[in-house]
Write a protein that binds this ligand. Structure first.
Ligand code: 13P
Ligand code: SF4
Length: 319
């Protein structure tokens, strides 16, 4: 039998549970994963929650990261002694792809006085070129903590960067990267939808375009959006982020109406806002990853140490 062929009679949930115990594995999952994967997770969260969970992990020998490559790499940077596995090694990120380490190094060389803040959505090699890392949860705090006399280079998400400049009043030079999912939301269709649902609040992730964000009543990371919906007195929301979050949002705020923000119809899907990288992970691949302890994240130790410095700086600054 082909080693990747799975017996259709296998109860995948039971097998994953059995393998998890046998391997002393812990499952970390991002809110953009499929619902069934979110439900399996020992820790479910946004990028900052998951970096913290990886940092705090003591007992497990294996971390199965259900998210994308830069997230699993972050877990490995913080846990070099543990085996870190990702269900699909091709689960990348358009932001991480936009800013390779050598390109950031060349940008820095042109701006030697600048302080480099990199969004966590980048490779370990790009992290290693940065002074500090941020996520969408702590970015405002991190920017405010940069010494006032240092100009800032911000990479790789220009939309998050613009939103931060607006929030903090701090000018920054921005790397021209974007999230391929969040830039697809359509301002025109969101405005139309708001007209049809006058009671709905539009909430959005800061990776969206400024033209979309200006219509938002609330902007925040995935966890902040989740908490906002849960705690708000309103009961109808248009949600401008990857649609995986709606699963946990429905659980956190039962009875509230959640509408996916519409994307521009460019000849493809006109309604979905799914990250093709996040969705590469499936239940079958979770099972295979635990069974085979692969694909593994491996990092050169010198690179890991250099990438760890700005990451630990972020974790200390966002306590
Ligand atoms: P957060 O988890 O920080 O909200 O980021 C969203 C995202 O795009 C992760 O890839
Ligand atoms: Fe990257 Fe965007 Fe996918 Fe997040 S949603 S992993 S930022 S492409």
């Amino acid at each position: 039998m082909n080693p990747t062929t799975i017996d259709p009679a296998l109860d995948l949930f039971a097998e994953i549970d059995r393998l998890k115990r046998a391997r002393r594995a812990v499952i970390l999952a991002h809110y953009y994963q499929d619902a069934e994967i979110q439900d399996l997770a020992d820790h479910l969260g946004d990028s900052l929650d998951l970096a913290r969970a990886a940092q705090a992990e003591r007992d497990a020998e294996v971390i199965l990261f259900c998210g994308v490559h830069f997230m699993a790499e972050t877990a490995k940077i913080l846990n070099p002694q543990k085996t870190v596995i990702l269900p699909d090694k091709d689960a990348g990120c358009s932001l991480a792809d936009s800013c390779p380490a050598d390109a950031l190094r060349a940008w820095k060389a042109k701006h030697p006085q600048h302080y480099v803040v990199s969004y966590i959505n980048c490779s370990a090699a790009t992290k290693a070129e940065s002074d500090v890392i941020c996520t969408s949860s702590n970015a405002e705090k991190i920017i405010r903590s940069v010494p006032a006399d240092r100009p800032i280079l911000f990479a790789p998400d220009q939309n998050l960067g613009r939103w931060l400049m607006q929030k903090t009043g701090r000018p920054m030079d921005l790397w021209p990267g974007t999230c391929m999912v969040h830039v697809t939301f359509s301002e025109r269709r969101i405005v139309e939808l708001k007209t049809r649902h006058p009671r709905a609040l539009f909430i959005a992730h800061p990776e969206c375009e400024p033209a979309v964000l200006r219509h938002a009543q609330f902007v925040g990371s995935t966890r902040r959006l989740l908490e906002y919906v849960r705690d708000s007195e309103h009961d109808e929301f248009i949600v401008g982020t990857e649609s995986g979050i709606l699963h946990t949002m429905h659980q956190a705020a039962p009875g509230k109406t959640l509408i996916e923000a519409p994307v521009e119809n460019k000849g493809g899907c006109s309604a979905c806002s799914q990250c093709p990288y996040m969705k590469l992970n499936t239940l079958e691949k979770v099972y295979l990853a635990l069974r085979d302890l692969a694909p593994r994240i491996e990092l050169d130790e010198d690179l890991r140490r250099r990438a760890e410095i700005p990451l630990l700086r972020m974790l200390a600054a966002s306590k």
